[in-house]
Design a protein around this ligand. Sequence first.
Ligand SMILES: *[C@@H]1O[C@H](CO)[C@@H](O)[C@H](O)[C@H]1NC(C)=O
Ligand SMILES: *[C@@H]1O[C@H](CO)[C@@H](O)[C@H](O)[C@H]1NC(C)=O
Ligand SMILES: *[C@@H]1O[C@H](CO)[C@@H](O)[C@H](O)[C@H]1NC(C)=O
Ligand SMILES: *[C@@H]1O[C@H](CO)[C@@H](O)[C@H](O)[C@H]1NC(C)=O
Length: 357
Amino acid sequence: MAAIRFQIYILAFCAGLVIQSSCCNGHSGPQKKRAALFVFGDSLYDAGNNNYINTTTDFQASWFPYGETFFRYPTGRFSDGRTIPDFIAEYAKLPFIPVYLQPGLKDYTYGVNFASGGAGALVETYQGSVMDLKTQVSQFKKVEKQLRQKLGDAEAYTLVSEAVYIINIGNNDYVSPLATNTSHKEYVGWVIGNLTSWIEDIYQKGGRKFALSSLAPFASMPLMRTTQPAGSTAGPSRKEVAALVKLHNRVLAKVLLKLTKELQGFKYSKLNLYTYLRERINHPLKYGFKEGKMACCGSGAYRGIYSCGGKRSVTEYLLCDNATEFVFFDCAHPTERVNKQLSKLWWSNNLKELFEV
Ligand SMILES: *[C@@H]1O[C@H](CO)[C@@H](O)[C@H](O)[C@H]1NC(C)=O
Ligand SMILES: *[C@@H]1O[C@H](CO)[C@@H](O)[C@H](O)[C@H]1NC(C)=O
Ligand SMILES: *[C@@H]1O[C@H](CO)[C@@H](O)[C@H](O)[C@H]1NC(C)=O
Ligand SMILES: *[C@@H]1O[C@H](CO)[C@@H](O)[C@H](O)[C@H]1NC(C)=O
């Protein structure tokens, strides 16, 4: 009887995972319970939320050639294919995590994606055009409440406390004009302070497991290697951005150690996005790429003008034949191949352990 019930359980479980072909293959032991994945942050992790907000094309990627390599249609992801949360979900044997603003979304049991292209940790960053981090947190709180209504307090608490909370945030704050107006130390303090509030808010709802990344080497991206067209908002210089990002990464490392001591049960895994990406930019051949500095899609020097797909203010653009050979797809976003390499490294470093329940 128990064996039959177990089989039915497995079948029901697999039926829910339409997209996951790897589900249930090659496992002879009992199926492990899965931790859900809640995704927050900016364009590195947005999987289409910005398709549903009132914004401009600067904050969207919902046209060809975005999506060309994997999905074969634009999903709103800022890449030619899958993003880091997509690969993490796959390794954790979860389906693709749905975006919160997707109309009709009701099932939150595998997690939800709240990330919004252009978002920063500060509300001032691209205010009015993005879902900032505070908004993302308030959406998460609504989801948590609905989970309690649906599953009951105890089961919802189990889901929330076993779930992994993944975020990439901060790069947009450091290209904001506001960053030129404050001392580096104070400004980084605000960004990290608001990121810490994100952790504390989720912790207060029962979340314990956090997956964060150091900031990407923004100053080494094609966007910062080229002169932007007149009319683009003036932010800090390339040199300043480089210094801010480095300071942010140092402070973040310290704060995470401090939180580990202060918050009982708090666990985290960090992706060293800065180092991993810089390595690939500087030594593309070593990692199987042909081009590290120039983007696959865009215009101007290094294809650093944000024109991929021709739907933003600059409408001419060039597109490479094979995105897989490039580190950057457009001037500020890596290709799927980079996302996959980084996800694999992160998973096997120690992210896998966060998903064990
Ligand atoms: C969308 O944003 C624009 C510019 O900010 C504004 O003029 C317009 O009223 C907004 N539309 C809606 C439906 O909110
Ligand atoms: C910078 O600070 C000055 C003086 O405090 C203020 O007038 C200005 O609006 C600020 N600029 C930005 C981009 O916040
Ligand atoms: C969050 O950012 C705001 C600026 O948007 C800043 O005034 C505030 O001090 C920051 N919060 C923390 C906890 O650092
Ligand atoms: C694209 O590049 C990758 C990596 O160099 C290679 O494996 C693949 O065969 C190429 N695809 C095409 C269609 O040329």
